[in-house]
Ligand binder design. Structure first.
Ligand SMILES: Cc1cc2nc3c(=O)[nH]c(=O)nc-3n(C[C@H](O)[C@H](O)[C@H](O)COP(=O)(O)OP(=O)(O)OC[C@H]3O[C@@H](n4cnc5c(N)ncnc54)[C@H](O)[C@@H]3O)c2cc1C
Length: 409
């Protein structure tokens, strides 16, 4: 038996649910298949202490604001799971959980697509791939298994107690690496943090949260065509009430800062001497943002208190003035490594001519050249906020509109 649907949505996270809502609003029949549970990645691929990086007041899905007691607080992963589950109920999303799409190909001899799932085939005129912006953990092949260390990717890190006693090396200084390093440092661990390229931003400036500034300046909606060469998303944290990440402050609190890890031989890591450059690039991004915000405030005569202290820079710590180039794991007492080295995509199950040489989908604002095939939720799909929870609604509306127009034709 082959099941037929007009539109199949693959993935039951925020993106799949938002598309489902938009299709329901226009009366378009569809089905959502989710291999795990609704919001599975918020349940099983986030650490316990993670806080949503956006303040409660800014969190919303189409026609469904986030319920909260404190507008300026930051939600837990459990809060986000509850929100997404409530959303699925509210919009009566036709989701079937525990069903994986294993292969997607063209329907034989006809238009549309064939999805081979863990419970049988489904044919669809349209398919919306909503399987997430962060699908496959990337772990660089730097430490061969022979090294007796506990190592996990950030997606499987849970809490400090999970790690054996001893110092921890956190590799990567994006949102995950910075937040995990801080959590471990606060838990009393000796932390070595390998810092690479990052775009740190103020958590709050002149009395307003970064998310307020991004929205007021329209930067969260920067279209992909004006993205520029730097793909990095803002480095911020909502943990511990939310504060600006400054790696020099981390150093003052006892974190050992390192440059990028480039090689490993016999228990000794070779470290690039680039920590100074990485911090300088992070500072430049931060100061550039303050300049933009000040110019915006002046242009629009915003009545916001000046905050010159936000421009104060701590002196470089010794780790930066005289960078460590070799780190002996044993002598440093390092027993664990957390790879906060990012994610790649995993579209190997899509057997259609829609992926580029790196395996990434070719599309414009989520619409591919294969009629009826769409992507949503990817980083910079159409705008800066395409992969953010509160930003996915506009892309969902755009794709639903495209599907409706296609059927009218
Ligand atoms: C550590 C971390 C923190 C983040 N914090 C924030 C934040 O504070 N604010 C914010 O706005 N964004 C944040 N994000 C980014 C983004 O909001 C999340 O990644 C979010 O989960 C993306 O939602 P999604 O629906 O696009 O994809 P996902 O949540 O990844 O959902 C995709 C779903 O597809 C399912 N799936 C995958 N393959 C198949 C298949 N073949 N068949 C069936 N089902 C399949 C998966 O099980 C999953 O449930 C964070 C991301 C990470 C990694």
């Amino acid at each position: 038996m082959v099941e037929r649907v007009e539109t199949l949505i693959v993935g039951g996270g925020q993106a799949g649910l938002a598309v489902s809502h938009m299709l329901s609003r226009q009366g378009s029949p569809h089905l959502v298949l989710e291999r795990g549970r609704i919001a599975e990645r918020w349940r099983s691929e986030r650490w316990d202490g993670l806080r949503f990086q956006f303040p409660n007041w800014s969190v919303q899905l189409p026609d469904f604001p986030f319920p909260h007691a404190d507008p300026d607080a930051f939600a837990t992963s459990a809060d986000i799971v509850a929100f997404l589950t409530a959303y699925a109920d509210h919009i009566a999303a036709p989701v079937r959980c525990g069903i994986e799409v294993r292969r997607l190909s063209r329907r034989q001899g006809g238009r549309g697509f064939l999805a081979e799932t863990s419970v049988g085939p489904v044919e669809a005129d349209n398919v919306v791939v909503a399987t997430g912006p962060y699908q496959r953990p990337i772990v660089p092949p730097l430490l061969e298994d022979a090294v007796p260390l506990f190592h996990v990717h950030a997606s499987t890190y849970r809490a400090p107690e999970q790690l054996p006693a001893g110092a921890v090396l956190v590799v990567g200084s994006g949102a995950s690496g910075a937040q995990i390093a801080e959590e471990l440092m606060r838990a009393g661990r000796r932390v070595h943090l390998s810092v690479g390229h990052h775009r740190r931003m103020p958590r709050r400036y002149r009395g307003r949260d970064l998310i307020w500034w991004l929205a007021d300046m329209g930067l969260d909606k920067t279209p992909v065509a004006r993205r520029g060469s730097d793909r990095a998303l803002p480095l911020i944290t909502g943990a511990y009430g939310g504060h600006t990440i400054d790696f020099r402050t981390f150093a003052q609190q006892g974190v050992a800062l390192l440059g990028r890890v480039v090689a490993h031989r016999a228990g000794v890591l070779e470290i690039a001497g680039d920590i100074g450059q990485s911090l300088a690039a992070g500072d430049a991004a931060y100061m550039g943002f303050l300049d933009l915000a000040d110019a915006h405030a002046a242009r629009h005569v915003l009545d916001l208190p000046e905050e010159p202290a936000a421009r104060a820079t701590l002196p470089d710590p010794p780790d930066v003035r005289d960078p460590v180039r070799h780190l002996d794991l044993g002598a440093s007492g390092i027993s664990s490594v957390i790879w906060s080295t990012g994610y790649g995509c995993d579209f190997g199950w899509i057997d259609l001519p829609v992926l580029d040489a790196r395996g990434e989908p070719v599309h414009r604002d989520g619409v591919t050249e294969l009629p009826g095939l769409y992507f949503i939720g990817l980083q910079w799909l159409s705008r800066m906020n395409s992969s953010f929870l509160s930003g996915v609604g506009e892309d969902a509306a755009h794709l639903a509109g495209h599907i409706a127009a296609r059927h009218r034709r």
